[in-house]
Design a binder for this molecule. Structure first.
Ligand code: FAD
Length: 436
């Protein structure tokens, strides 16, 4: 949606006669921030995308997601707490999209699946083949430029353990986790040691799981967990509902949840147009993380596939950069392909030594600074750096209370409100309860 927002704004300034078309396989805008319950509102599996669930709250302070031209204070008309539930963040984003001078919703062709994108060497264009969800008939349209903005969390990465076929209980990937209440009174094995594992373990425990064991591959998450959550090294073998871990410990569980991440795939892109999905800190082949250099064109862009801590403002910044790039309005751009490839190699070397979250933050500041210089986007967003560092400290101090802290908006100077209920005790994730 950032792409639509910035493209329409930039092209409107010029009164350009440009046609902008957005294809979206869900029936509405919102991407992952929509709650898609399979049996209720998604008729067709191919339209499933969102991996969010009931009782998912923002994992970082909203002050690190705030957009400079549309603040949370402006949207809600008052200071609200720093860690909102999913529905509240979606509401904020929708507010921003609706304030566009264009009717962005009209540009979204919902229930439309992109099936195939190919590059036409003869005239430097792209053929985009789509179908309506649930209908096999296809249609193909030609475009001069294509922006791929399907996110990084597409195909579940599912691990293989010996004996898994003997497990009698429920096994799901975090992508299909929809409600912690489904796991009440259960003994759960969560495999993974990143954000999903952490949040699903805590949320299940909060909603009455009997016990949760989090199993890690390289190192434990290491929080001071509440009673009922513990960590173990990786699973060695599964025998019925008995799990043998690498440290020799054996435990019985009722359900297994793979929180083993995603493979960023672009199956609808012609192979010579698709970046290497394993390179996510600085995706190889993408100049400035956006312009695809693997083909003889600079008119194909990818958005939001960096593995960054910054999310919404960087998507917005990328969207502005791409819009200006298309309009030839970025100083010293477009560069020859050889320069772009050199730049990518330099960045790739820089990022290969990054280890901690703090290293990533330093690197992200460099990238953001560069894109802000190119576009004139406000460098105030670099002040998020301090907020992120405070947040990282508070998470490690106490994972149960870190969502109760207040943060100050970089743009309005407003301190957030205190939450009316501490996160660990909150059982209502509705917008009404949050704003009460
Ligand atoms: C469980 C979970 C929790 C998260 N929590 C947070 C958080 O707390 N804070 C935060 O900042 N970020 C969080 N994120 C990251 C989140 O992905 C980003 O905030 C944001 O949604 C990325 O936006 P996007 O538009 O790039 O991708 P998405 O939101 O994934 O949107 C991509 C869109 O492309 C559509 N699409 C995909 N394939 C096709 C196709 N072939 N044809 C047509 N349409 C297609 C999808 O339906 C979707 O609408 C979380 C992600 C997950 C999975």
């Amino acid at each position: 949606m950032s792409a639509l927002y910035q493209l329409t704004k930039e092209f409107n300034k010029l009164n350009e006669d440009t046609v902008i078309v957005c294809y979206e396989k869900q029936s509405t805008w919102g991407g992952h921030w929509n709650l898609q319950i399979p049996s209720e509102n998604v008729r067709f599996k191919e339209a499933m995308h969102s991996a969010m669930y009931k009782h998912l709250w923002s994992n970082s302070p909203k002050e690190c997601l705030e957009l400079p031209d549309y603040t949370f204070y402006h949207h809600f008309g008052k200071a609200v707490p720093s860690f909102p539930p999913r529905e509240v963040l979606r509401d904020y984003m929708e507010g921003r999209w609706k304030q566009s001078q264009c009717d962005l919703f009209k540009l979204v062709n919902g229930d439309t699946l992109v099936k195939n994108v190919t590059y036409n060497d003869s005239d430097d264009t792209f053929s985009v083949t789509t179908s309506r969800v649930g209908d096999n008939r296809t249609a193909t349209q030609i475009f001069s430029h294509v922006i791929v903005a399907v996110g990084r969390y597409t195909t579940p990465n599912v691990p293989k353990f010996t004996g898994v076929e003997s497990f009698p209980g429920r096994i799901i990937h975090s992508r299909d986790f929809r409600n912690p209440v489904d796991f009440r009174n259960q003994r759960i094995l969560v495999v993974g040691a990143s954000y999903s594992a952490e949040d699903i373990a805590l949320t299940c425990s909060k909603f009455g799981a009997k016990r949760v064991t989090v199993s890690w591959l390289t190192s434990p998450i290491g929080h001071r967990w509440p009673e009922g959550i513990s960590e173990r090294p990786l699973v060695k073998h599964i025998d019925g509902n008995r799990i043998l871990f690498k440290d020799g410990h054996i435990e019985e569980v009722d359900s297994i949840i793979w929180c083993t991440g995603y493979i960023a795939e672009f199956p609808f892109m012609e192979s010579r147009l698709a970046p290497n999905p394993t390179q996510v800190v600085y995706p190889k082949g993408l100049y400035k993380g956006m312009v695809w250099t693997g083909c003889n064109t600079n008119k194909l862009f990818y958005m939001g596939i960096y593995n960054l801590l910054y999310t919404f403002p960087v998507f917005d910044l990328q969207a502005l950069w791409i819009s200006r790039y298309i309009m030839n309005a970025i100083p010293n751009e477009p560069r020859p392909l050889s320069d772009m490839i050199l730049h990518i190699e330099e960045q790739f070397i820089k990022t290969s030594g990054l280890k901690s979250f703090y290293d990533y933050l330093d690197y992200q500041a460099l990238v953001i600074n560069m894109l802000c210089t190119d576009t004139g986007y406000t460098k105030e967003i670099l002040k998020f750096d301090d907020l992120f560092r405070t947040w990282l400290r508070q998470r490690y101090d106490d994972i149960l209370t870190h969502r109760n802290h207040c943060y100050r908006s970089v743009f309005t100077g407003t301190m957030s409100a205190k939450p009316n209920t501490p996160w660990w005790e909150a059982r209502d994730d509705s917008k009404e309860a949050f704003l009460r």
